[in-house]
Design a protein around this ligand. Structure first.
Ligand SMILES: C[S@@+](CC[C@H](N)C(=O)[O-])C[C@H]1O[C@@H](n2cnc3c(N)ncnc32)[C@H](O)[C@@H]1O
Length: 290
């Protein structure tokens, strides 16, 4: 990443301490995050693909976006408005977000105090979002019926933010257009030669029982069919796509399009309190060449 060049181009007040050429890493933890996929990108064909603009309509923590650090334009979106507002704030007001975060403490009392508060100023909202994400149990995003964040305190020892990483992230985000909303409304800008990385919530178990009804609200079977149509549109525009999904016959039926299908086996924590390691597979569908 050309930090010095970007520094000249942007109005970000960047202290001298920042290390040129160091890459930003995700500053949020996210359920279903794709950090594990980074080591598989070579076999998927992404490293060889000279794509134009980059699109990620199920952004979450953006593990693949940060890893690729695209130099051209990116279009990033998610249904989660608070998440997108936080990215926007880190893009536009990173120093103010850092100043807010410096006031926060990683204690149980402070956590529940901040969790109960609602801020109006977007910088404070962004700082609260990053703080709760990093200090909560498991970093999951969960709200009650009233839309209030209700994840308990996590007792994590780790620092909850790294100022220089947020600054690097802010630089990277200067080339990003953000949008909140459903994936179907977030692909208008896809053009020939672009790359679209699609990482929807997985709505079935990794065994063969199928579980669509149980997850109706999260991402329904209809949503999966809508997503399949969106991929058809991406292909019609001569753009590249990568879709991750659960390895399940039903999923294969919906998304098999004479493109490549990779089955990646991985170890994962399964179960609740008595969690143990299990092996399961995920599918990658792509029109990239290997
Ligand atoms: C598996 S996570 C993405 C994780 C991300 N790839 C990462 O590395 O952190 C799926 C994301 O899709 C978002 N989402 C769920 N339904 C959506 C929809 N209909 N349209 C757009 N985004 C949606 C969720 O808010 C969540 O952030």
């Amino acid at each position: 990443m050309h930090v010095k060049l970007l520094l000249k181009q942007t109005k970000i007040n960047m202290p001298e301490t920042i290390i040129p050429n160091k890459k930003a890493i995700p500053f949020l933890r996210w359920a279903g995050g794709k950090k594990w996929l980074i080591k598989e990108l070579n076999q998927i064909g992404i490293e060889k693909c000279k794509f134009n603009n980059y699109h990620e309509p199920f952004l979450g923590g953006g593990a693949i976006f940060f890893h690729l650090s695209p130099q051209k334009q990116s279009f990033l979106s998610d249904l989660n408005t608070e998440l997108i507002d936080t990215y926007r704030c880190v893009k536009n007001n990173v120093e103010e977000v850092i100043q807010e975060l410096k006031k926060f403490k990683n204690t149980e009392e402070f956590y529940y105090d901040i969790r109960a508060k609602k801020f109006r100023k977007d910088v404070k909202c962004a700082a609260r979002f990053i703080y709760l994400n990093q200090t909560s149990f498991n970093g999951i995003y969960r709200v009650n019926l009233k839309g209030e964040y209700n994840v308990p305190f996590g007792y994590r020892k780790k620092d909850f933010f790294e100022p220089d990483n947020l600054r690097l992230a802010s630089l990277l985000l200067q080339n990003v257009n953000f949008k909140e909303g459903d994936f179907e409304n977030c692909i208008q800008n896809v053009q020939k030669g672009d790359l679209v990385f699609l990482d929807p919530p997985y709505t079935i178990t990794h065994n063969n029982n199928g579980f669509f009804k149980y997850n109706q609200k999260l991402f329904s079977e209809d949503d999966q069919y809508r997503l399949s149509e969106v991929i058809d549109q991406i292909k019609e525009r001569d753009a590249f796509y990568i879709l991750t999904n659960a390895a399940h016959d039903k999923v294969r039926d919906i998304f098999e399009k004479n493109d490549r299908v990779l089955e990646l086996k991985r170890a994962s924590l399964v179960g609740g309190l008595k969690a143990k390691r299990g092996n399961y597979s995920e599918y990658i569908f792509t029109n990239l060449n290997d």
